[in-house]
Design a protein around this ligand. Structure first.
Ligand code: IPE
Ligand code: IPE
Ligand code: MG
Length: 232
């Protein structure tokens, strides 16, 4: 079975750089190359949604030079990849709170979303200034406002309505969540949506994640028995 939606926590860029005596920012550049390859490989196997965790709300706390390098990389990535993504029919959507980004980053994100919006082969979702807790907090606030305005009754709030109030309302929950670099945690990523996701953890650092790694993850996923709490 090919998952409909894969989500990836792209972790280990800094360690990849350190092992080579390089700056952390060079690890992020190598991570961008791995992302480009992975997008192509994932689209080729027929996956419909690929969500990548690229910048968490907590990542603002890193050294300013690293944050600046990451912001620069977002803008560069848009410049360099838009044409190819359009050509291969990949639609790009950013999720997360954009208000904290500079005008330049905001404009880049709007640009790539506009240019690629007609793509029908796969949707690439970039989680940027994203965290699950802030997403849920925003959703709760919006629902509370609708209740206060008399639009919604508290007893009408169900799981579907909550899912619809999240950034991810336009897509199915992830079937498979991959995390590289050996860390076995979600780090505030898709906590609501991951209720029945399958997890795949690999020690491989993100810049080294290649086609063979993806194939291994897909193979492991195919062998999983997804029971959803039922007896088969
Ligand atoms: C993941 O790599 C990329 C981002 C969080 C932006 P890290 O930068 O977290 O790399 P490590 O975990 O320090 O090796
Ligand atoms: C998670 O990685 C965020 C991204 C991959 C963007 P982190 O490196 O920030 O997470 P922790 O600190 O290991 O939990
Ligand atoms: Mg990390």
């Amino acid at each position: 079975m090919i998952p409909q939606h894969i989500a990836i926590i792209m972790d280990g860029n800094g360690r990849w750089a350190r092992m080579r005596g390089k700056e952390r920012s060079e690890g992020h550049i190598a991570g961008m190359d791995a992302l480009r390859e992975t997008v192509r490989n994932v689209a080729q196997v027929g996956v419909k949604y690929l969500t990548v965790y690229a910048f968490s709300t907590e990542n603002w706390g890193r050294p300013q030079a690293e944050v600046d390098a990451l912001m620069e990389l977002i803008c560069k990535g848009v410049e360099m990849e838009s044409a190819e993504l359009m050509k291969v029919g990949i639609k790009v959507v950013a999720i997360g709170d954009r208000s904290r980004f500079s005008d330049k980053v905001k404009a880049s994100l709007e640009k790539i979303e506009q240019l690629t919006h007609a793509g029908e082969n796969m949707t690439l979702v970039l989680a940027l200034n994203y965290s699950s807790r802030s997403e849920i907090t925003t959703a709760v606030r919006n629902l509370a406002q609708r209740v206060a305005q008399g639009e919604v009754r508290p007893e009408d709030i169900d799981e579907q309505m909550i899912s619809s109030a999240l950034y991810t309302s336009f897509m199915p929950d992830p079937d498979l969540i991959i995390r590289t670099s050996g860390e076995c945690r979600l780090s505030n990523f898709l906590m609501w949506q991951a209720s029945y996701s399958e997890f795949y953890f690999t020690p491989t650092l993100w810049p080294d994640f290649d086609k063979a790694e993806l194939e291994r993850a897909l193979e492991v996923y195919s062998a999983r028995d997804r029971r959803y709490g039922l007896v088969k």
